[in-house]
Design a protein around this ligand. Structure first.
Ligand code: FES
Length: 125
């Protein structure tokens, strides 16, 4: 396994599309969401005040944070509830990991492009 990869040990069939799954990774706690059969991985805790995004409501490929309602596109990580585009901390996208399939059929994550500590990204459970 390459150093920039992390084998979750989970198979796609083990994920419940209705219950996103938090998982500790070398880059902090991430969450696995199933969107129309596709597995996407974003930081598990909200970039606002670290609300549990994996407990948020999911609709149309977007997750709404259960604490204050910030909404993010799960495929791009972009915040989508802003009335007009903004820059700065409020507009920072979620940290994401690319999800691939390992040799044994388990889900393998690739390191996020941005280091988590540089983006106010995932923390550990
Ligand atoms: S902690 Fe997520 S919107 Fe505030």
């Amino acid at each position: 396994m390459a150093p920039h990869e992390f084998d979750t040990g989970l198979r796609r069939a083990e994920l419940d599309p209705h219950w996103p799954r938090p998982i500790d990774t070398p880059w902090g706690t991430m969450a696995l969401f199933v969107l129309e059969g596709e597995v996407v991985c974003v930081q598990a805790f909200c970039p606002h005040l670290e609300g549990p995004l994996f407990q948020g409501s999911v609709a149309h490929g977007e997750v709404t944070c259960p604490w204050h309602g910030w909404r993010f596109d799960l495929r791009t990580g972009r915040r989508v509830d802003l009335l007009r585009p903004r820059s700065g901390p409020d507009a920072r996208p979620l940290v994401r990991c690319e999800v691939t399939s390992g040799a044994g059929g388990t889900l393998v994550l690739r390191a996020p492009r941005e280091a988590a500590h540089e983006t106010h990204g995932p923390r550990s459970l």
